[in-house]
Design a protein around this ligand. Sequence first.
Ligand code: ZN
Length: 291
Amino acid sequence: MIIDYHVHLERAGITRANAMRFVQQATQRGVCELAFTEHAFNFVELAPLLARPEYVARYGHGFQLADYIRMVRDVARELEDGGSQLKVRLGLEVDYVPETGQALRETLAELDLDVVLGSVHWIGQWGIDLGADTWEGRSRPRACRDYFLLAAEAAASGMFDAIGHPDLVKIYGFTTGEDCRSAMQEGGAELVRAAAESGTCLEVSSAGLRRPVREVYPGLELLRAARVAGIGITLASDAHEPDECGLGLTDAVAWARRAGYTEVTTFSRRVPAVRPLRPEGGETPIALARF
Ligand SMILES: [Zn+2]
């Protein structure tokens, strides 16, 4: 089956009508399970856990968590009652920042969610995906090492069901050169070790295809190592608009298959279940040509 376990309502707003636009697009793209995973910092209750008030003041949406939970659960029930083939899951994407680790653990334990993604977007006060220009004057190998150190910490924490876009540091294509090779390899290996030990999944995300790097997250070498280590995967479009929902997942599935994966992991009330990856023959010549 194809799942999309990483989509954001934020720009559209947390309303039933918007959620349904995502649902319709997901259905058209053959998605069987759709998890809404709004950024935690978009909720007034959870924003302090990011510990970056200026960023939240500028980009946060100030949603109420209870509104989101109620709306997504209502949509899930409505679809189920209507006999829909599509299941909707309730999730969050949470930034992993080491300074709020314990508070985050306690908060997540209290929330009745289906799935929680842990993502690293921040190295200290630097948001690594906030613009290619923010990379100017920075050591790229150092960025790789710092990024994977945090990603491995996030995986080792056991707080998350899956690590979002596991090698996001490559987003602008700055870390694909020889100077970053060993940092990427060693960092990826460290992340795989941590995820295997804690039983945390890695996300296979088509979002990288829409970024300058033009590659699925994570890269094949990392994903193959994850497969060998017995780590489960989720699938993700990381849609921020309804049109992006389910986008590129055929490519993500083909990528996962190339790494040896035949199964995908789903979550209900944070309990994992392993399902066959479909479609079997989904790799179109066009999709493969892009790799
Ligand atoms: Zn996201």
